[in-house]
Design a protein around this ligand. Structure first.
Ligand SMILES: Cc1cc2nc3c(=O)[nH]c(=O)nc-3n(C[C@H](O)[C@H](O)[C@H](O)COP(=O)(O)O)c2cc1C
Length: 298
């Protein structure tokens, strides 16, 4: 069974599930596993330090899967993204999530290559600016999301942004199983991003201790802080206790600084990313079926 939404139609996916592009976590293996399972595998560009590394990664991915993939661009001044964008467009990547900067910087180039741009947003102000700048959709980053989380809970943020912008909206934050995905789609989202859940997989490019910390953590262990990057983000408390200053983008210190969202609550084991996507789909179908049973004729 496939699940059809505006996102799956737009991108040719079996399921409206995006494997989050995670800094220092999402590399080729995770992208391939998610895309092969029928979702959209993604990586963030800063995971590849130079154009050659990026080309090698794209080649590896393309040899392993013909399914669609996406790329996240950090548009901050700290990262030189222009050459990298051109390489992705040449390689046929046609879905981009922008973060940490103005999405208008890439929209014309991506549209000229028949691609779509969905900026990460946490507020109505950012969403309207993105829409007016030509964005094709939005990634609504809600409270408790791994990485740079927002402050508004998904059940409020998703319908709010849909109503005010009329754009397709993907829900990000706290979605790691099929019931949570059904809730997001019930709110009107055209898809979901799952990040935290995919850290606890053999394919995630992180040390074993990080994966185990995601399994062991409870929501109370996740802290929302702007102390590490200057932007508000969710972190596993124990991993940032001794961090005093922001490490450089290519510093090894990042390997011990662990971001995760409150959905660590639902992460109980390390298992393959493809299994996680398959189980999300199965439990989505079960949720829809059991909701149907709550409806009485009279
Ligand atoms: C370790 C980590 C790193 C992340 N890095 C990025 C990133 O580089 N770019 C980005 O757009 N989002 C990033 N995110 C956010 C995810 O794309 C996604 O929105 C989020 O993980 C969804 O919430 P969840 O973690 O509750 O599933 C990151 C998330 C995590 C957990």
């Amino acid at each position: 069974m496939k699940i059809q939404t505006r996102l799956t139609e737009m991108l040719g996916l079996d399921y409206p599930i995006i494997g989050a592009p995670m800094f220092l976590v999402s590399y080729e293996a995770l992208v391939i596993a998610v895309s092969e399972a029928g979702g959209l595998g993604m990586f963030p560009l800063p995971n590849y330090k130079n154009p050659d590394d990026l080309k090698i990664a794209l080649n590896i991915i393309r040899k392993a899967t013909s399914h669609p993939i996406g790329v996240n661009i950090h548009l901050s001044g700290r990262f030189d993204w222009k050459k990298q964008l051109a390489i992705c467009l040449d390689a046929g990547v046609n879905f981009f999530i922008t973060s940490l900067g103005d999405p208008r910087l890439i929209i014309d180039d991506v549209h000229a290559n028949n691609g779509k741009v969905f900026p990460d947003v946490v507020s109505l102000e950012q969403s309207l600016k993105s829409r007016d700048g030509g964005a094709d959709g939005l990634i609504a980053v809600g409270a408790g999301a791994g990485g740079h989380g927002g402050t508004i809970p998904i059940p409020v943020l998703v319908p709010y942004l849909i109503e005010k912008t009329r754009l397709p909206v993907v829900a990000a934050g706290g979605i790691s199983n099929g019931a949570q995905m059904a809730a997001a789609l019930a709110l009107g989202a055209c898809g979901v991003i799952t990040g935290t859940r995919l850290i606890a997989t053999p394919e995630a490019g992180v040390v074993q201790g990080y994966k185990e910390a995601v399994v062991a953590s409870e929501p109370k262990d996740i802290v929302f802080s702007n102390r590490i990057t200057g932007n508000w983000a969710n972190w596993i408390k124990q991993s940032i206790e001794k961090v005093e200053t922001t490490p450089e983008l290519d510093s090894k210190k990042w390997l011990d600084i662990w971001s995760a969202g409150q959905s660590v609550a639902q992460v109980e084991d390390i298992k393959p990313a493809g299994t996680i996507i398959k189980e999300m789909v199965e439990s989505y179908i079960q949720t829809c079926t059991s909701l149907q049973k709550t409806l009485l004729d009279r």
